[in-house]
Design a protein around this ligand. Structure first.
Ligand code: SAH
Length: 223
């Protein structure tokens, strides 16, 4: 029993230290939104990966979550959240690519409501369980194709896409509220750029931010 307690204590201490180290690293890399950093500090990323990978959960790296998919890199989760929130608080945000649910959990602590679309049913089910376990209740999930968004509940003040699209999906532009912000990686393979697109009074403004590396936005839902 004492042995087990020590072990738990040990793991807790290690993860607290490594968690702090990750946040420090994100600060060093220029992430400056204190609210976003605080949410990353308190979100238990180790609960969003397999137990066998939990010891690597606070490295600033993407990790496999099965089905050829990855949990996004903490830097990218923070960066995209920051971009989404840069013009002020958001109430309705749609996320395309729930995956592990980690970015979903982060967003849910930063905005009023999150609408999250995922094409792989089993990933979505697991993400749902994790958010329930964390008692995060302001998220609704849709099993479907992110290229189509979620038109029934549009418009959204923010849309975030966590897989790389060959082109910006027209449906997502259509579902953006006036002043709404879309953060999306665009390109393929080695050539991918993170983009911010803002719906202006007339048309859209587009900003290219930095080179990124994401798994592709695929077609159609998958059971
Ligand atoms: N934010 C997630 C990233 C998961 S990787 C996380 O941190 O865990 C990208 C996710 O996008 C995968 O789960 C993949 O299944 C999903 N995806 C890919 N194409 C999609 C599409 N057309 N519609 C919805 N989800 C899609």
């Amino acid at each position: 029993m004492r042995h087990r307690d020590n072990q738990h204590h040990g793991i807790g201490m290690t993860s607290q230290r490594t968690r702090e180290r990750l946040i420090q690293r994100l600060c060093d890399e220029g992430l400056a939104n204190a609210q976003v950093l605080e949410v990353l500090r308190r979100t238990p990323r180790h609960l969003f990966v397999d137990e066998a990978l939990a010891h690597r959960a606070y490295e600033d790296t993407a990790l496999p979550i099965g089905h050829n998919q990855t949990i996004s890199q903490p830097y990218m989760v923070a960066r995209m959240s920051e971009l989404l929130l840069a013009a002020g608080p958001l109430d309705k945000v749609m996320e395309i690519g729930t995956g592990s649910g980690y970015q979903t959990a982060v967003l849910a602590q930063l905005v009023e409501r999150v609408f999250s679309v995922e094409r792989i049913k089993v990933l979505q089910d697991r993400a749902k369980e994790r958010l329930q376990a964390l008692d995060q209740r302001n998220v609704v999930f849709r099993w479907g194709d992110g290229w189509e968004g979620w038109p029934a509940l549009a418009p959204y003040n923010g849309i975030i896409v966590t897989a790389v699209a060959t082109d910006v999906p027209q449906a997502l532009l259509d579902q953006l509220a006036p002043g709404g912000r879309l953060v999306i990686p665009v390109g393929s393979g080695d050539v991918q750029q993170l983009m911010l697109i803002v719906r202006e009074e007339q048309g859209f403004s587009r900003h290219i931010l930095e080179s990124v590396r994401f798994v592709p936005l695929l077609n159609g839902p998958l059971a």
